[in-house]
Design a binder for this molecule. Structure first.
Ligand code: Z3R
Length: 297
């Protein structure tokens, strides 16, 4: 740790505190994520440590680089590349409007990062604007990938902050235990809608019940025919039958292609949600900025 000089505290994440720091050896600015382990625990479970170390190999332009993992006494420190801001802060600075081309460029990068992780069988499970980072060159990077597998998703963050439900799919809200890449696709769809609405969240629920009601008010209550496994979920409850409303009623600035792409994310039955690979090929991206397309050639 002597190698890093803390510059400032960035914030409290789900698993630990994030600091901006300077690498004294290279002069580089980095982000340190410090996970403090419980005094009464034995230390870091070896499975968690192994998982985190595996993430060092997850190298992609749209994934925040994990350069190093340091484990000393009761602290686990992850050394990440530094990015200037997260998507939440970005929304605060853009005062309710993100232009169409920026929405497209950012969402394309988000899907690229997601497709890469999913191809490696790594899920995020807790994708939200606070763990989506943007650097000076308008490059988008996903943070905290794979950490849910290492540490689990807590109900409260370590700093007692309530974990948000806004980006959770209906299957997870109803207690589904089988996790697949489709979880991240639902969350990504919510973020795509939020980007298109200049930072206004799509489903800002305060508890599980309100969260599900907000979802069904837009996409309609799923029927048994659409999602036969729903009633077997441990948290299943019957909700009033509501018909879907057109997505355009809540997303006035998204064009037809964008609305079609979003609709393919927000499917209650996880089996029928679009994949990140498929989403990247959707006609919504047919007029993507060639500079961004060229990053991947
Ligand atoms: C790695 C993991 C989590 C985070 C990293 C890097 N950088 C973060 S969060 C960050 C957040 C801001 S600036 C950098 S903020 O000031 O926009 N909240």
């Amino acid at each position: 740790m002597e190698r890093y000089e803390v510059v400032s505290k960035i914030g409290e994440g789900t698993y630990g505190t994030v600091f901006k720091a300077k690498d004294k050896k290279s002069g580089d600015i980095v982000a340190l994520k410090v996970v403090r382990l419980d005094e009464d625990d034995e230390g870091i479970p070896s499975a968690a440590l192994r998982e985190v170390c595996l993430l060092k190999e997850l190298k992609h332009r749209n994934i925040v680089r994990l350069n190093d993992v340091l484990h000393k006494s009761l602290k686990l420190t992850m050394v990440f590349e530094y990015c200037d801001q997260d998507l939440k802060k970005y929304f605060d600075t853009c005062r309710g409007h993100v232009d169409k081309k920026t929405v497209q460029a950012l969402y394309y990068q988000l899907l690229r990062g997601l497709a890469f992780c999913h191809s490696q069988n790594i899920f995020h499970r807790d994708l939200k604007p606070q763990n989506i980072l943007i650097n000076k060159n308008r490059e988008l990077k996903l943070a905290d990938f794979g950490l849910a597998r290492a540490f689990g998703i807590p109900v409260r963050s370590f700093s007692a902050e309530v974990v948000t439900l806004w980006y959770r799919p209906p299957d997870v809200l109803m207690g589904a235990q089988i996790y697949t890449t489709s979880i991240d696709i639902w969350s990504a769809g919510c973020i795509f809608a939020e980007l298109s609405n200049g930072g206004k969240p799509l489903f800002p629920g305060n508890d599980v019940d309100e969260q599900l009601k907000r979802i069904f008010r837009l996409v309609g209550t799923p029927t048994e025919r659409m999602w036969p496994e729903m009633q077997k979920l441990q948290g299943y409850k019957q909700y009033p039958e509501i018909s879907p409303v057109p997505m355009s009623s809540v997303l006035p600035s998204l064009d037809e292609r964008g609305l079609d792409l979003l609709k393919k994310h927000l499917v209650c039955n996880p089996r029928y949600r679009i994949t990140a690979e498929e989403a990247l090929k959707h006609p919504y991206f047919s007029d993507l900025d060639p500079t961004i397309a060229a990053w991947y050639t």
